[in-house]
Design a protein around this ligand. Structure first.
Ligand code: DP6
Length: 380
């Protein structure tokens, strides 16, 4: 099924591109290109797929492609928001090699799956079997929520298509990048970009287009306040799949998103910061509300469900489990900074009568028996 869908897509893309340049009998000579592409920040977010294979979203999204010639106002001055990718295609090469941030990546590396998929599609379109050496570098942290997969795949798709001498339109580049990672479909295009979800099952109408050029509103900037460079524990791919599967709020999100897309386009058109700021916050909160409403992934490390959390109005977590898992959970919790006390309580009885020896009253003197005890109760 998956292979069939991919084959259909490749033949669709090949038909479109074969009209642009003639590939037949073309003998590839050595070619090398180096390109750069930047991440994007979604202002109306892509969260949830209607087709996992073709990476077709449930709704459209809008992003701004970030300027790689960024300034670092304070902090690590070396951070540059772009991926640089070089591709060499040569018949002197005996096998393919892909390096990302100086590490050799193999096809069993799950996180690079999208890259290999995009390469395969481009190769099939060009009908090329030449080996490739691909070297890709990010000058910003990978997988820390800064959309490195979007810029990485956009750079790769652009570079490989150039090295294969494919003359692809931005629509075709966007569709191929989408097959590597949804958000990458927007990073092959500059400015303010809208990725239309499309309606067709083959994904041929699901691609990104520029809606405003980078110069349309030159004053607008994204100040990225980095608080952690740690890799995310759950990939967006797994997270959004879990949301679609388990969140009741998600349907509501999809219902409201079209209006927000329109409001955001209007805010850009009018260059209205107040409007834009409000919409982006509502949208961000909305996506995060559906994430909070996602329950699928909680017990991902243990393989089966061993616990669930519940919070009352305050910040303290109550973790509901059974006794046999207390050890493993306590072990995890002890590694979380900030948990000062861990109490274990079973299910108790209702009120019951205590013995007179437990009385807090000294009947003889008609006073509390041990005033210091009350204070002691609160010393945990
Ligand atoms: C929260 O594009 O990384 O950044 O298509 O599964 O590769 P896959 O997911 P990915 O998801 C990005 C999600 C997001 C929002 C966005 O960029 O629109």
């Amino acid at each position: 099924m998956a292979t069939k869908k991919l084959t259909t897509l490749c033949s669709f893309l090949a038909t479109v591109s074969a009209g642009v340049v003639g590939f037949e009998n073309e003998i590839y000579h050595e070619s090398m290109v180096t390109v750069r592409a930047s991440p994007n920040i979604a202002l109306i977010k892509y969260w949830g797929k209607r087709d996992q294979i073709l990476m077709l979203p449930h709704h459209s999204s809008i992003s701004i492609t970030l300027d790689g010639d960024n300034e670092v106002l304070y902090g690590d001055k070396n951070i540059k928001l772009f991926t640089t990718t070089s591709v060499l295609i040569s018949n002197r090469l005996t096998h393919d090699e892909l390096y990302i941030n100086e590490e050799l990546i193999t096809s069993d590396d799950q996180s690079a799956h999208g890259l290999f998929r995009a390469i395969k599609i481009l190769r099939d379109i060009a009908d090329s079997r030449e080996k490739m050496l691909i070297v890709s570098e990010n000058l910003f942290p990978t997988a820390a929520g800064l959309a490195s997969s979007a810029s990485g795949i956009a750079a790769l798709v652009f570079a490989v298509s150039m090295a294969l001498k494919l003359d692809l339109s931005s629509r075709q580049l966007s569709i191929i990048a989408r097959m590597g990672s949804g958000s990458a479909s927007r990073s092959v295009i500059g400015g303010v970009v809208r990725w239309n979800s499309g309606l067709r099952d083959d994904g041929s109408d699901s691609f990104a287009q520029q809606i405003y050029s980078p110069n349309y509103w030159p004053e607008i900037v994204d100040l990225i306040a980095i608080v952690s460079l740690e890799e995310k524990k759950t990939s967006s791919r797994d997270g959004m799949a879990a949301t679609v599967k388990s969140s009741g709020l998600y349907k509501e999100r999809v219902r409201g998103v079209d209006e927000r897309l329109q409001d955001l386009e209007n805010a850009f058109r009018e260059q209205n910061l107040a409007k834009l700021a409000k919409i982006v916050m509502i949208e961000s909160n909305n996506m995060h509300a559906t994430m909070l409403d996602t329950i699928e992934d909680l017990n991902r490390d243990t393989g089966s469900v061993i616990a669930g959390y519940t919070f009352d109005a305050g910040p303290n977590a109550h973790i509901i489990t059974v006794k046999k898992y207390v050890g493993i959970i306590t072990d995890r919790l002890s590694k979380i900074e900030g948990i000062k006390t861990l109490i274990m309580a079973g299910v108790g009885e209702g009120p019951r009568l205590l013995d007179s020896s437990d009385s807090l009253i000294n009947r003889e003197v008609l006073k509390p028996r041990d005033p210091s005890r009350a204070g002691a109760l609160y010393t945990l």
